[in-house]
Structures are given as structure tokens and as C-alpha cells.
Design a protein around this ligand. Structure first.
Ligand SMILES: CC(C)(COP(=O)(O)OP(=O)(O)OC[C@H]1O[C@@H](n2cnc3c(N)ncnc32)[C@H](O)[C@@H]1OP(=O)(O)O)[C@@H](O)C(=O)NCCC(=O)NCCS
Length: 170
């Protein structure tokens, strides 16, 4: 497990069951940073996370502590690509600030790194909390040219980060 994890054994990551979609959606709507993933879709409580799961190449994961769902995230790998993107990470609002975001990031990264040698993610420029979590899990901002390339054609300009190689971590 990554150095950003302080795994307690009770925390686990598994493919998300459809029954959890409603709860995940409520978490998403609870933060401005995640609400923008599907603006104006509040009434579509269950269908939206299910449709994320249906995206080509997307795998959806639930972080649990014991029997309790506490977080959600996705890994996208395009067929034939050696690059994986971690996306839509969210921790239930009652459980934020306890280290679970780092646990989720560490576990998703472990899965993503088993599918592709490059692991990337995008984060809102203003989302300094998420950026701190990703940094502590070994992610660093991409070089400027990559920022431009990855933001090309996107509806919003994000900060793009990628998992640094172990030897370049500071
Ligand atoms: C971002 C998110 C996943 C992080 O999960 P979390 O469980 O709250 O994070 P953790 O408890 O593991 O770590 C939080 C760290 O951020 C730090 N932090 C908190 N607010 C911060 C801020 N405004 N700026 C910088 N760092 C901040 C904390 O000090 C803590 O670090 P520390 O333990 O070294 O002190 C969670 O807050 C969330 O779901 N937010 C809403 C959705 C979202 O923004 N998702 C990210 C999409 S890219």
C-alpha cells in the first residue's frame, strides 16, 4: 500500500454495488467541487452514478469502513492506452477530514497502476484540499505543456496531476 495510506484493515475498496448509487449521489451533491460533475441533475438521484459506471472503460469503486460506505471513486482506462485516470473521488461529508480521502486515493492508485504505467487525475484549481491529498499520495502537477494538452477541448480548465515516479518524490 502507498505511503499515504494508514490502512486500518477495516477499510476496503470494492466494485460499487448499484444499491449504493443513491448515497453516492447525495455525497456528490453535497460539495460544490463535485456537484458540477452533473449540473442540474439533482432529480436524477440513482441514474447518474449508474451511467458513470456505464461509461466505456470506467470502473467504479466504493470505499467501505466495516459495512459502512464512506467514499467513492472511478478509474478510467481507454482500450489500448497505457494511461489510467482517477476520477470523481468523493468522501461522505460526515467523514471528511479523517484521512479517508488519502485512503481512497492510495487504493485507487494501486488499482490504476496495475492497469497502466501512467496514472493521472484532474482537480479544480481552487480545490486545495483535494490537491493536498493527492500530493501526499505522490501526485505532482504535470508540466505546463501537458497541462495545455490535457485541457484541450475540456469544458473547464483543471489542474492535471500525475503520479510521480518513486525516485522523484520529495
Ligand atoms: C477532497 C476529498 C476527497 C478529501 O477527502 P478527505 O477525507 O476530506 O481528506 P483527508 O482527511 O484524507 O485529508 C485531508 C487533508 O487535506 C488538508 N486540508 C484540508 N483543507 C485544506 C485546504 N483548504 N487546503 C489545503 N489542505 C487542506 C487537511 O489538513 C488534511 O491533511 P493532513 O491530514 O495532512 O492535515 C473530500 O474532502 C471530498 O470528498 N471533497 C468533495 C469532493 C471533491 O472535492 N473531490 C475531489 C475531486 S478532484
Amino acid at each position: 500500500m502507498s505511503q499515504c495510506s494508514s490502512a486500518t484493515g477495516a477499510v476496503a475498496l470494492a466494485e460499487v454495488p448499484e444499491a449504493a448509487a443513491d448515497r453516492v449521489w447525495r455525497w456528490v451533491l453535497s460539495s460544490g467541487f463535485s456537484r458540477e460533475w452533473a449540473p442540474g441533475e439533482e432529480e436524477n438521484a440513482v441514474a447518474e452514478p449508474a451511467s458513470w459506471a456505464g461509461l466505456d472503460g470506467a470502473r467504479t469503486f466504493l470505499l467501505t469502513e466495516g459495512a459502512e460506505p464512506v467514499g467513492y471513486g472511478e478509474i478510467w482506462v481507454e482500450k489500448g492506452d497505457d494511461e489510467a485516470e482517477q476520477a470523481h473521488l468523493v468522501i461522505g461529508p460526515q467523514r471528511q477530514g479523517e484521512g479517508l480521502g488519502r485512503e481512497l486515493t492510495a487504493r485507487l492508485t494501486e488499482r490504476a497502476a496495475s492497469s497502466a504505467s501512467r496514472v493521472v487525475l484532474r482537480v479544480a484549481q481552487e480545490d486545495t484540499r483535494a490537491q493536498a491529498v493527492y500530493r501526499s499520495c505522490g501526485f505532482r502537477p504535470m508540466f505546463a505543456a501537458d497541462q495545455v494538452a490535457f485541457n484541450q477541448g475540456q469544458p473547464r480548465v483543471h489542474l492535471w496531476m500525475e503520479r510521480a515516479r518513486r525516485e522523484s518524490l520529495t
